[in-house]
Design a protein around this ligand. Sequence first.
Ligand code: C2O
Ligand code: CU
Ligand code: CU
Length: 459
Amino acid sequence: GGWNDGGMMHDNGSMGRGNTVDLVASNEPTQPLPIPKRLQPDRVTDEALYYTVRAERGEHRFFNQGVSSETLGYNGSLLGPMIELPTGKTVYIDTINQLDEPTSFHWHGLVIPGEEDGGPHQLIAPGEQKRARLDIDQQPGTLWFHPHPMGATAEQVYLGLAGLLYVTDDMSSSLPNEYGVDDIPLIVQDRLFTDDGQLDYNRQMNIDGTIGDTLIANGAINTTFDVTTKTLRVRLVNGSNARNLDFSLSNGASFTQIATDGGLIDQPVSLETLKLTPSERAEILIDFSDLSLGDELALEADGISFTTFTVRSKIVQNRDWTDAFREAPVANESSEADRRLTLFGVSHMVTIDGKQFDPDRIDINVQQGTTEVWEIYNRDDMMGGMTHPFHIHGVQFRILERDGKPPPDNEHGWKDTVAVAPGERVKIKMTFRESGTFMYHCHILEHEENGMMGQLNVK
Ligand code: C2O
Ligand code: CU
Ligand code: CU
């Protein structure tokens, strides 16, 4: 069965394999949704932008009462700023490690050479600094960045290291695009707290991925947002270590998905629920025209609301979104697989093609510029198995097929992560434009740590 056919059977975090902590509604008082700051460049020239990003320790108040929690953040105590990456420009980012352990800065979803990718081979020691050069040449979209040091990725992300990357262009668009007003990011994560309010990270206890019972949106519990326009664009990021999230609106109304991981879909798709597995992103439009001033509408994940929108005014933006979707729909006609990869296992026994990660082994060699079709098979065992969100660095791909059938309409856009359900075969197609060594792995971060990762060399 496909992961999107409504079955609960294989969903980690509910029934079946994996951890089983349910999300619960929090009774914390509400607070305004924090909007990550837009990072100001240190310097801008005609061709380039220069930014500085520091990974640092911090303290963050998740709860109204009680202590603050020890956290990690970029240029702050939790999560990070939004970094704008204009397409066609070169962006230099001075990355500084102010932690007391090694980290790296991985630009998830960017199509850049392997040596700038910030994977596990590009560690930055405590106190050190390194400049990343990012030549931005891809569709506008909602990407993110996070650490990738082998053995500490999952914990560093859990404690707060994750930030937004917006690839932008200067084409005028009719889509809502006023940051923080009618175009907002929502990094959604589940977290578990100890009795004294600390983030509870225990990898040994959570071998299939750390899941928590509390949802945070942009780092905060029970958030509210005042809507002042008829249409709100929400950029959803499932930033959880391991939990799949089914998003819906509290009134059951439909919303419109306009973008996938790597940019706009060819055609907008109307949905009532949307599943994102860890590290998948989606941009959605929520229409408030049928609501009255003062009305509330909540965004929920697995039926638990985490951000409540209140209609404060209903300014009409340009209603004609259609010119934003100029591209002719891509015909994802299927073809024979050039390679087949098999995902298998749970807990410590997770493998790709029967192997666990070896930093000294290249698993796949590809010639730069080639286009390949990969078939990703999630081999289940007698107990069922788990959905694995499969991610490849350095490319954006298209999903050609799920079990021999075309993917659902909302998966027709650019992707860098694809959910593969137990027993399912998913065909994807991509062109390897950039050279270097790239990781591919399950984005359940603890599976990645447990070795569900391979290396791809493009020459
Ligand atoms: Cu979010 Cu290896 O990546
Ligand atoms: Cu990545
Ligand atoms: Cu996995």
